[in-house]
Design a binder for this molecule. Structure first.
Ligand code: ADP
Ligand code: ZN
Ligand code: ZN
Length: 730
């Protein structure tokens, strides 16, 4: 028997299998982690395949040294998934496999924590010492941790064979709710229909759905029922959420309903906790896994369901190598396992919704299921659009329109809560001189610095660099330094100025850097410790606060005008999500949207909550302008200390790619290809250039991106990285 092993080191030279002989008596299995000889040293690796025969000269094949753990750490289907990822994301097999294991385990740093426990072997043993008799008496009632017993008498009991010590694995896993799990509430009609349609597919071996449910329509309950059905059928389930810290309610709901059957995987876990949760899943003790992006790799056997909640969120795409998209991986994994895939959202991405339209080929198709109404039966709150240009004409210089101030007052007077979204942290987005136009920019990045009042510094939001606030213009010496643009801090300040009695909480990157800070802020707000919650997009996620009756978008234009083809889509999503926060329970809600562009289709259609009209308009725009999902964008980003080095590397790659496209006959499928500087040319003190390529959907993207990957690896004088449809085009 021979084993083809991939070495656990990220290196292109090692990205192929090495063949070893399996020693006599070893129970070798695919996915096992093994130690092998490699040159003059030894290395760890994973068994990728087992074969009876070997094409190589058998005499030259060395035996592998043995397994690291007896059980395979990678399930066979996950090995297949890793191979698929290698092709899809141009990564090494090992890079894909590493995503499937807890980090600490692979490096051999964490092991199961074992507690030494004493057990009575001979209950009738007669012993002399009093302390030994006491131990026996205690052990008659049950096993006791060895550390809790006096050690000398215990040792002599063990020597006599009266007591034995064994190791017991102990869970470090976080939050397990024990005790009663909550009963299921009766479903609404729409939920009932959705559940039965998806469950039918589950029973028939798979299907793909897009669950489009307005905010408050009870999508979570649909997921829960579906997961429950999967468990009844002896299957397992994965539920992906954009960010665990921002979705504490979802996690709590799953714990309440599934108890210890549910496991949570996320980046906030310690290595030990992560390892234990992973083991619990691997052993089949927890069959429901909730987690962010990487939970799509949970080692579940017999998978029945994968749910991707808030599927439109950018966080499902990894921004580091391997640059995988968890939705695509979920799609692939579900298909291979005969499982059901459910993508859910109140504002599906244009790309996903397109797949749910008629005329899509069956292999690309999502079945659309709609939940058009809120569970509570309440209508969606109406969105009042305020034209900020009018406010200015009327002489209102505040960042709050008269309408927003009035609504806040009304809300606070009635003892209700408000949420205000401003999608920028800090106080003012830029600082400039009124006299000469000087703008404070970061020394190492091509961006203006943001004023942070709390620490009284200027900060770069790209690299984190800080600088004191200038009193005089560094360029012309004039004292007329002005702060422009709004951020979270300024909104908090304005609430305090207008409503001195109100308690305000701020939630943004700056206030949530400490562990558990998210949960603390959200809990405080839920318990009514604050009247107003001001925050960035963090507060727009699926939070459910019954006492919130006012939701305000302070400056919708901030996201609308970003230089990215998705900026309108993101603005629409953000507005819809914010509108969904208000009036979820008994009291009707009010939503106020401030903008300088009330006639923009993104704003108008968000205000009328017309997703279908928005989709049609947006997809027409994308089709006309040749943007994804009608095209595929791929780029190689070259980074170097010297501008010339980055530029030259990009030019050289452009030339090679150009020839390749001609040679391979790809030219007709290419919309655009060129080398140019990145929109943010300097970042963290380095220069950035790119080879940017846009191709039609029908192009042989796999072959073209593989070539681009090879060019990235061959780059000289600069670091280079391939990105396909990146979330961020800066
Ligand atoms: P969505 O994710 O679609 O915005 P949620 O799943 O957050 O909606 O549900 C909104 C609220 O409705 C939650 O408080 C949830 O507990 C409640 N809910 C959902 N389904 C039901 C039901 N069938 N009966 C009663 N309450 C429900
Ligand atoms: Zn000046
Ligand atoms: Zn910077």
């Amino acid at each position: 028997m021979y084993a083809n092993v991939i070495i656990d080191r990220v290196s292109d030279a090692l990205d192929h299998v090495f063949t070893y002989a399996v020693p006599e008596g070893m129970d070798a299995r695919v996915g096992q982690q093994v130690t092998v000889p490699l040159g003059k040293t030894r290395a760890d690796g994973f068994i990728v395949e087992l074969t009876k025969d070997c094409a190589l000269d058998a005499a030259r094949v060395r035996p592998l040294l043995g397994p690291r753990f007896p059980e395979p750490v990678i399930l066979p289907e996950m090995m297949e998934l890793a191979k698929w990822m290698r092709g899809r994301y141009n990564c090494n097999l090992v890079e894909a496999l590493r995503l499937m294991l807890p980090a600490g385990m692979r490096r051999g740093r964490v092991h199961e924590r074992v507690t030494r426990v004493a057990r009575l072997l001979d209950p009738n043993a007669v012993v002399r010492g009093e302390r030994q008799r006491e131990i026996i008496a205690r052990l008659r009632e049950g096993d006791v941790e060895a550390a809790l017993l006096p050690s000398a008498p215990l040792r002599s009991l063990v020597q006599k064979g009266v007591v034995e010590i064994y190791g017991r694995g102990e869970r470090r896993a976080p939050l397990v709710l024990r005790g009663e799990t909550l009963p299921d509430p009766p479903l609404t009609r729409a939920q009932e229909r959705a559940v039965s349609e998806v469950c039918a597919a589950l029973e028939q071996g798979g299907g793909r759905f897009l669950l489009h449910g307005v905010t408050g329509s009870g999508k979570t309950e649909v997921y829960i029922r579906l997961v429950r059905r999967a468990l009844e059928l002896g299957k397992s389930a994965v539920v992906l959420v954009p960010e665990i810290a921002l979705t504490p309610q979802m996690v709590a709901w799953f714990h309440q309903r599934f108890g210890a059957d549910a496991a949570v995987l996320h980046s906030g876990l310690s290595q030990g906790e992560h390892y234990d949760e992973w083991q619990r899943i691997r052993r089949g003790e927890a069959r429901v896994v909730i987690g962010a992006r990487s939970a799509v790799f949970a080692p579940l056997e017999n998978l029945g369901v994968i749910v991707v909640d808030e599927e439109h969120e950018g966080s499902y795409q990894s921004d580091r190598r391997p640059r995988y998209d968890a939705r695509e991986v979920a799609w692939q994994r579900a298909q291979a396992a005969g499982a059901v895939l459910v993508l859910g959202s109140a504002t599906p991405s244009v790309a996903s919704y397109m797949r749910a339209m008629p005329g899509v080929r069956p292999e690309n198709r999502l079945v659309l299921i709609e939940l058009p109404e809120r569970v509570s039966g309440r209508p969606l709150p109406e969105i009042e659009v305020v034209d900020m240009r009018r406010e200015f004409e009327r002489g209102n210089r505040s960042i709050f329109s008269a309408q927003l101030s009035e609504a806040l007052r009304d809300c606070l007077e009635h003892g209700r809560q408000a949420m205000l979204l401003i999608n920028r942290r800090g106080h003012s987005s830029f600082v400039s001189c009124r006299k000469c136009g000087y703008v404070a920019k970061c020394d190492s990045c091509d961006v203006s610095m943001t004023y942070h009042q709390a620490e009284n510094v200027l900060r770069c939001h790209y690299c984190g660099a800080e600088r004191p606030v200038p009193r005089k213009c560094p360029s012309c010496g004039s004292p007329y330094i002005k702060f422009f643009g709004v951020g979270t801090e300024q909104v908090v300040e304005e609430v305090r100025r207008q409503f001195p009695g109100a308690a305000v909480l701020r939630m943004d990157y700056d206030t949530t850097r400490k562990k558990d800070a998210h949960a603390q802020i959200l809990d405080a707000f839920r318990h009514g410790d604050a009247d107003v919650l001001v925050g960035t997009q963090m507060i727009a996620k699926g939070l459910d606060f019954p006492n919130v009756t006012l939701s305000g978008v302070v400056a919708a234009d901030l996201t609308l005008n970003l230089p990215d083809y998705r900026s309108v889509e993101r603005t629409f999503q953000l507005i819809t999500q914010m509108a969904g926060r208000a009036g979820r329970a008994r009291h009707p809600g009010r939503v106020i949207l401030q903008t300088y562009e009330p006639d923009h289709y993104g704003i108008r259609l968000a205000a009328s909550q017309d997703f279908r009209a928005f989709y049609l308009r947006e997809s027409a725009y994308r089709r006309g302008a040749l943007y994804p999902p009608f095209t595929v964008i791929a780029r190689i980003v070259f980074t170097a200390k010297e501008e010339e080095a980055a530029q030259n590397a990009a030019k050289a790659a452009e030339k090679e790619l150009d020839e390749f496209l001609d040679r391979g006959g790809h030219r007709p499928d290419i919309v655009q290809m060129r080398a140019l500087e990145c929109p943010v040319k300097r970042l963290r003190g380095e220069y950035r250039y790119q080879v940017f390529l846009k191709m039609y959907f029908k192009a042989d993207t796999r072959q073209i991106t593989a070539r681009m990957q090879a060019l990235a690896e061959a780059a000289e004088g600069a670091r280079a990285e391939l990105e396909v449809n990146p979330t961020n085009l800066l």
